[in-house]
Design a protein around this ligand. Structure first.
Ligand code: AGP
Length: 367
């Protein structure tokens, strides 16, 4: 109802604006005396030492959150990791056993494919961790350990604040596990603790500048197709940015690894193309900038999302939306916000039914 929308035009906008609070809630009780701890994940060190692979299974936006987890597991746990959509995982023969740890990510906890993937993982004796929003949902009840994201009810079909909380909780969980196996040193933990605490303010700062996104959209609202490109964590974000735009603005969008452009899609770039280049992951920034130049050379228009301290980006992109100087490994938690706003304003400019996009349901409980 209008009352529940709290004066906002759409639930989606309301939920995006709640993200700074969501960031705080997801962190609550998980940093104590300057230490990261997820009490729900009370694994025994010896048990955990035997884990030899990690999976993230989920659908849609939750899968994109899992993809972030894959990169961070490789980096901080040094264990082979994969992220896979549940509808594929469940119909393969995933080679997993009791030494496999499976993260099951779901806002609703009721997605049919995700639930089936979870049951398959358990049949094969894998250990399962649920990253779930809805308390007491099927996924939450069936996993070995559940870590709630505490994002509060999400009404809009397009998931926004749940992604923010999922990525945050997945990151905290991985760092917690890294501590169990002595792979996170004190200095690194201290750095993370400090940087986690900055995220709320960073999110507020981005939201204060939301009109910049709205005005960019007003110049491109008739666009018919877009590419979202990025590398590493920015690649995971590019998939999520593209999904948001497809589902609510009905604009064809593709998320692509920036380095993969020249292996095909560059053929599609013309002066009519819009490319959203995500360049927040500093170690690979120069590489992404080279890819932006390739797009510019074909006449494509580029909107870049970059950190404030990125001095080179304004020379190559047509427009830049700056985000605060977030720690590289935490970038998805806040960089997703301008991507969500981009989709939101694009859908609004086109007069679409933002909270209930055509053909979609909030929770896909049948296959
Ligand atoms: C997100 O915007 C989508 N509408 C959709 O991809 C969703 O994330 C997916 O269906 C998974 O839902 P779940 O998190 O409730 O399992």
């Amino acid at each position: 109802s209008d009352a529940q929308k709290g004066g906002f035009k759409h639930f989606m906008l309301k939920e995006i604006l709640e993200e700074p609070d969501v960031i705080v809630e997801a962190l609550r009780g998980r940093i104590k005396n300057g230490e990261i701890e997820i009490p729900e994940l009370d694994f025994d060190k010896n048990y955990f030492k035997n884990i030899n692979q990690v999976y993230f299974v989920a659908c849609g936006t939750a899968y994109h959150a899992g993809l972030v987890g894959k990169y961070l597991v490789e980096k901080y746990l040094n264990i082979p990791a994969q992220a896979e959509v549940a509808s594929e995982f469940r119909y393969r023969n995933p080679v997993i056993d009791e030494r496999t740890l499976v993260f099951v990510v779901s806002q609703s906890g009721e997605t049919a494919d995700t639930l089936a993937a979870l049951r398959l993982a358990k049949e094969k004796k894998a250990k399962t961790i649920g990253i779930v929003n809805v308390v007491g949902s099927s996924v939450a009840r069936e996993v070995d350990k559940v870590v709630y994201i505490h994002a509060g009810p999400e009404i809009a079909v397009a998931s926004t604040k749940a992604y923010v909380a999922q990525v945050e909780v997945i990151t905290l969980s991985i760092l917690h596990l890294a501590k169990i196996i002595d792979k996170l040193n004190e200095a690194n933990e201290k750095l993370f603790v400090e940087e986690f605490q900055k995220l709320e303010g960073f999110a507020r700062e981005i939201l204060e500048n939301k009109e910049e996104i709205a005005s960019f959209v007003s110049t491109t609202k008739n666009i018919e197709e877009t590419f979202f490109i990025g590398r590493n964590l920015d690649y995971a974000l590019s998939l999520e940015g593209a999904l948001k735009l497809k589902e609510i603005a009905y604009v064809h969008a593709e998320g692509y690894p920036a380095g993969e452009l020249k292996h095909g899609p560059l053929a599609l770039i013309t002066p009519n193309s819009l490319v959203i280049a995500i360049d927040t992951f500093t170690p690979l920034s120069d590489k992404t900038i080279s890819n932006i130049k390739e797009v510019k050379a074909r006449g494509g228009k580029v909107l870049a999302i970059a950190k404030k301290d990125n001095t080179r980006i304004k020379e190559v992109a047509d427009s830049v939306f700056y985000i605060p100087n977030v720690l590289d490994d935490l970038t998805p938690i806040i960089t997703v916000i301008p991507l969500q706003l981009f989709a939101y304003y694009m859908a609004d400019a086109r007069g679409l039914d933002i909270d209930k996009p055509r053909n979609l349901a909030k929770s896909v409980t049948v296959e």
